[in-house]
Design a protein around this ligand. Structure first.
Ligand code: F6P
Ligand code: MG
Length: 505
């Protein structure tokens, strides 16, 4: 926990770190209390353990209330008291680096990770709520509101593209081989879809307005076509583009797309393509960010990599504990697949009845079934794997991945991979150690041992980040971009409307 440069901190009143500690986290924490309250009020009278569960829930509410108090009064951090396997490591880090520190004095990254770990503690201390995810309901509601975009993509993926064989994108390998123009165009579109899927995370939306999220998806996905030179290239984004953006006048549409092309402030996707196109049956690791719509588009991207023959194995890394509100846990991963292909019997405790998405058109219903089933088959056949490791929810940045003792099993396994794709803002912050780097710092330098500097670790493959900007750090910008942005847009570094695609080859 010795950052290589000045770390972002809540002490800077003009920073998003300060705003987060001051206004956003207290709201997030209050919502946990509401959720637990609702959950225990909903316990059935016939549940023989109702009383015990109620008592434990009240205890959780008390602990979370205490946590909010400590945060708002900037009280010193205290050690953890539960018995999760990561406790010792957290307590060691607290004792060694932050013995007398508190929320605003510590680095923003540490304070924020500490908060989510403290939330976990409140549940981990119980018997009946140990595995409860207080963010699950929010994740579920927002995913449901993504129905239009999800259905639209599913239909595009399953619509026959070959009139003779009636095969759809899902049935066929990407046409004409990995180096064809179609495969290339589809790649750029996939990248954009996966990138902008990160724009709708829940921790930024204190009060998610579902209509707004839908609108955001519409706009973000319409941007997926901005780099696209071929009308039929996209199995995904162009659907949304055709169905919905068509309502705009051509001028409006053109300017919308131009705006979005400009919104990727540093774009290494050509470099990424040069790496990806040489892969044959490789292994790609996706370090996931958010559940819901973002996870769905991650599936779309992973499906493309497999279909094109670039990857024969995709390893998805999820979080073991509820994290930054919307992050994917292994449960969310399976739950999402379940909602698409609607199994007749549920596979997980909280699975709602079979019709989570309810498009009325049978073609749309079938499309969801087909994509869900295809992706479930990938999982069943070991082509897609979901895994989770304590390291992703530790207080450590990814500089520590190659050397941190408790991450060695993870690192050794990930070295087998050809490509690491880190999704989202928090993963980006952890890649660059959440420091206030000059914006022109090369990405390969800012990611330390995972990049190409002196302290470069052995065996790190191509490192990629798809990130919409939601924190006061961005690197890899050309000279003058920061100044230009400062002149024209307030809060451009944190408002989630700008993005970077960064690659360390
Ligand atoms: O709470 C702050 C933060 O870490 C921001 O960096 C970002 O807004 C959000 O939480 C997480 O975003 P993402 O889901 O993209 O990692
Ligand atoms: Mg997230």
């Amino acid at each position: 926990l010795n950052p290589p440069h000045k770390a972002l901190s809540g002490q800077d009143k003009h920073s998003f770190g300060y705003t987060t500690l001051q206004s956003r986290l207290p709201v997030i924490v209050s919502k946990i209390v509401d959720d637990v309250y609702r959950a225990y009020n909903g316990l059935s009278d016939s549940d023989p353990l109702k009383k015990e569960k109620e008592q434990e829930a009240k205890k959780i509410i008390e602990l979370i209330g205490g946590l909010r108090y400590e945060l708002q009064r900037d009280k010193p951090f205290r050690p953890f008291t539960d018995s999760r396997e990561d406790v010792e490591e957290w307590n060691q880090a607290l004792a060694e680096y932050y013995p007398t520190s508190s929320w605003y004095k510590a680095s923003w990254l540490f304070s924020e990770c500490y908060l989510y770990r403290r939330v976990k503690e409140a549940f981990a201390l119980t018997q009946h709520w140990k595995d409860y995810d207080p963010f699950f309901e929010q994740k579920q509601t927002v995913f449901k509101s993504s129905q239009k975009a999800v259905v639209s993509m599913a239909v595009q993926l399953t619509t026959p593209v070959d009139p003779k064989t009636k095969k759809s994108m899902l049935d066929i390998k990407v046409q004409d081989g990995p180096e064809s123009k179609g495969t290339r165009d589809a790649f750029f579109e996939m990248v954009q879809v996966s990138l902008w899927g990160n724009a709708t995370d829940l921790s930024l939306l204190d009060n998610p307005d579902l209509a707004k999220i839908e609108e955001l998806q519409r706009r973000m996905l319409s941007s997926g076509s901005s780099n696209n030179s071929s009308a039929n290239a996209s199995p995904a984004a162009s659907t949304v583009h055709v169905d919905q953006v068509a309502q705009d006048s051509p001028e409006e549409h053109a300017s919308e797309l131009e705006k979005h092309a400009d919104k990727i402030l540093s774009n290494d996707s050509e470099l990424l393509w040069s790496k990806v196109k040489s892969l044959r049956n490789g292994r790609v690791d996706i370090i996931l960010d958010n559940a819901g719509f973002e996870l769905f588009v991650d599936f779309v991207f992973a499906d493309y990599l497999v279909r094109a023959g670039f990857a024969s194995e995709v390893v998805f890394h999820a979080k073991r504990i509820p994290w930054f509100v919307s992050d994917v846990m292994p449960f969310d991963f399976q739950w999402t697949l379940d909602q698409l292909h609607r199994p007749t019997s549920s596979t997980s405790d909280n699975t709602p009845p079979t019709n989570f998405f309810n498009p009325t058109d049978p073609i749309e219903q079938q499309a969801l079934q087909d994509v869900g089933k295809k992706w479930q088959d990938y999982v069943n056949n070991g082509i897609w794997k979901v895994t989770s490791h304590e390291f992703w929810t530790s207080c450590y940045s990814f500089y520590h991945l190659p050397t941190h003792p408790s991450a060695q099993d993870l690192f050794q396994d990930m070295r087998q991979s050809d490509l690491w794709i880190f999704k989202g803002d928090l993963n980006y912050r952890k890649l660059v150690y959440d420091c206030k780097w000059p914006t022109t710092t090369p990405f390969t330098k800012a990611i330390g041992p995972l990049g190409d500097g002196e302290n470069k670790a052995e065996g790190v493959p191509v490192v990629v980040s798809f990130r919409t900007c939601k924190a006061d750090v961005v690197v890899g910008l050309a000279e003058g971009v920061e100044e230009k942005m400062d002149k024209v847009v307030d809060n451009w570094m944190v408002n989630g409307e700008y993005a970077v695609i960064s690659v360390s080859p």
